[in-house]
Write a protein that binds this ligand. Structure first.
Ligand SMILES: [Zn+2]
Ligand SMILES: [Zn+2]
Ligand SMILES: [Zn+2]
Ligand SMILES: [Zn+2]
Ligand SMILES: [Zn+2]
Ligand SMILES: [Zn+2]
Length: 247
């Protein structure tokens, strides 16, 4: 059983972990951020235990300050402390059950992936970079709707926004367009009117990286890693699909 590789401990898990190079085919989900894991990761040493962590999730700072919540520091929780054992992310509005950055005073929670979203993204088909906002750009009570999916957005959710064009998108799926592959069973049924700019492609990660690395330090490195990780997770899902399709 014991192999040559040294084991390490992480406070989120009771068993020792060991380095693991995750392959796409393994379809591993990170127990911290709930995203796919490919590449550098940690795996529980117990063979019957499905605990995995991205290396970047393993290394997350225990406490952080976040611009979106300037009054209090946020603490990394390894599982939600709420009775429901889930939390609702105050950035994207989705539920989470893994790691969260939490303010216990305000009962305020962020997915770790959301906590490290880059402040600027490029969206193919839009001439300007989109800026991360921690709430609606609308004044005097009007309601903002996402310019990609047209859904209205609660005032408190984060979005990516171009002020010049008054153009904004949901934080995740709508911000960086995924190439729409023809899905089995009826496509995405969003009406037949296409509004042009909806071609596939993702932000230019390279230029983003260059600019950010120069300007910022440790935290931001993590941010980039997580961002790429999320993008990679999307890509992997896709390539997995095409692998399956080609069998
Ligand atoms: Zn993770
Ligand atoms: Zn375990
Ligand atoms: Zn979130
Ligand atoms: Zn707070
Ligand atoms: Zn949207
Ligand atoms: Zn614009």
């Amino acid at each position: 059983m014991p192999s040559g590789k040294p084991s390490v401990r992480h406070p989120s898990h009771s068993h020792p972990l060991r380095g693991h190079k995750a392959q796409v085919e393994e379809e591993i989900i990170c127990s911290g951020c709930d995203l796919d894991v490919v590449g550098a990761a940690f795996k529980c040493t117990k063979s019957d235990c499905d605990y995995f962590l991205h290396k970047s999730c393993f290394d997350l700072p225990r406490e952080t300050r976040h611009k979106s919540h300037p009054d209090h520091p946020l603490t990394l929780l390894y599982s939600p402390t709420y009775e429901s054992s889930a939390y609702s992310c105050d950035a994207c509005g989705e539920d989470g059950s893994g790691f969260a950055y939490n303010c216990s005073i305000c009962k305020w929670d962020l997915h770790v992936g959301c906590a490290f979203m880059p402040e600027l993204v490029e969206r193919e088909g839009h001439a300007h970079p989109l800026k991360l906002l921690y709430g609606t750009p609308c004044k005097n009570g009007s309601v903002f709707s996402c310019d990609v999916c047209q859904e209205t957005m609660p005032d408190n959710l984060w979005l990516y926004y171009c002020k010049k064009c008054d153009y904004g998108t949901h934080l995740h799926s709508c911000a960086v367009e995924e190439k729409e592959e023809p899905k089995r069973g009826g496509g995405n049924g969003r009406g037949s009117t296409s509004n042009g700019g909806n071609k596939g492609g993702r932000g230019s990660a390279a230029s983003e990286l260059a600019a950010m690395l120069k300007a910022q330090r440790d935290m931001e490195k993590m941010q980039i890693e997580l961002h790429l990780q999320m993008q990679r997770a999307k890509i992997d899902k896709k390539s997995r699909k095409s692998i399956l399709n080609s069998i």
